[in-house]
Design a protein. Structure first.
Length: 78
């Protein structure tokens, strides 16, 4: 189930940023995101927030395993 962008805006900022950081660090593991210094991380968080707003990235909640994760919209299985 996709979480609407408007619902994300209701989350505390720290919660949304933690979710984004988890996504970014998963990108480090697969080589898509390589630098984790504070400035780069802040820029990457802001880019992710924009991508969420534009629908490029989406937040998906899995009822099966009760997990939540950011995914690229183009990579969702329909």
């Amino acid at each position: 189930m996709l979480v609407p962008y408007d619902a994300l805006q209701q989350l505390p900022n720290e919660t949304l940023e933690s979710l984004i950081k988890e996504y970014l660090f998963s990108q480090v593991e697969d080589g898509s995101f390589s630098d984790t210094d504070d400035e780069t991380l802040t820029l990457a968080i802001n880019k992710c927030k924009q991508a969420l707003k534009q629908g490029i990235l989406v937040v998906e909640y899995s009822e099966d395993d009760e997990s939540i994760a950011i995914r690229q919209h183009d990579h969702l299985h329909n």
